[in-house]
Design a protein around this ligand. Structure first.
Ligand code: C5P
Length: 211
């Protein structure tokens, strides 16, 4: 890899799902393989960046050369992200963060006819970063089952992002992804179906122009 165009930049990437425990045996989570975030970390390292990858539980091997931190809950991920945030140039939140957590029951819940769970909101990591950001370039992902573009545009604004990557939910757990990039000036680009590694490589081409 001759193109070391991210040399000198520090990037923080999140990947995978977070998990929220119901009881000692069970948890709630999101569908996410972690592949998109891992591909972003691997390609950033290949291009010379200093990379921290914060990931929820996945079956993937941490990419070579990357500072890898493993977390479980949304709160864990928030704390790990906030520790690194002040010193990085770019943050890409590719993690599928749990938006809700159940009230934790300390013993195994016994079988019964019906069970209701009461869920409360977890912190929105990107919204917090969007409020705190100074020099950092902030990139989010948006997965939607309908109205992909308008919903992604809303998130770009409400979370104060620089760029959002909108992906259809068909990319879940797959090795390919079909995305639309939306910039904060309203410009957007639709990309064809590509491998997640190619998406990652081209995303760095774009992000690079803003650093
Ligand atoms: O609002 P929504 O969860 O769909 O936004 C998706 C983006 O926000 C992703 O980049 C995801 O990593 C991030 N996110 C977050 N904290 C949450 C939920 C999502 O940082 N609690």
């Amino acid at each position: 890899f001759s193109k070391k165009d991210l040399t000198g930049y520090k990037v923080l990437i999140t990947a995978g799902p977070t998990q929220e425990a119901i009881d000692p045996i069970r948890f709630l989570t999101n569908r996410s393989s972690g592949r998109m975030g891992f591909a972003l970390a691997k390609t950033a390292y290949q291009r010379g960046a200093m990379v921290t990858l914060i990931s929820g539980p996945t079956s993937l091997k941490p990419p070579y050369g990357v500072n890898f931190l493993s977390v479980t809950t949304t709160q864990d991920m928030l704390e790990a992200v906030l520790r690194h945030f002040p010193s990085v140039d770019v943050v890409v939140m590719a993690a599928a963060v749990m938006d809700f957590k159940p009230l934790y029951y300390p013993h195994k819940i016994k079988k019964r006819e019906k069970l209701s769970l009461s869920l409360e909101k977890t912190p929105d990591i990107l919204t917090i970063l969007g409020k705190e950001k100074k020099h950092q370039y902030l990139v989010g992902f948006a997965a939607e089952t309908q109205n992909l573009l308008p919903e992604a545009m809303k998130k770009l604004k409400s979370k104060n992002l620089d760029l959002i990557v909108a992906n259809d939910v068909s990319g879940f757990e797959a090795t390919t992804n079909k995305i639309v990039l939306i910039y904060k000036n309203g410009a957007y680009e639709k990309w064809p179906l590509m491998s997640k590694e190619d998406v990652a490589w081209r995303l760095w081409d774009r992000i690079k122009t803003f650093l």
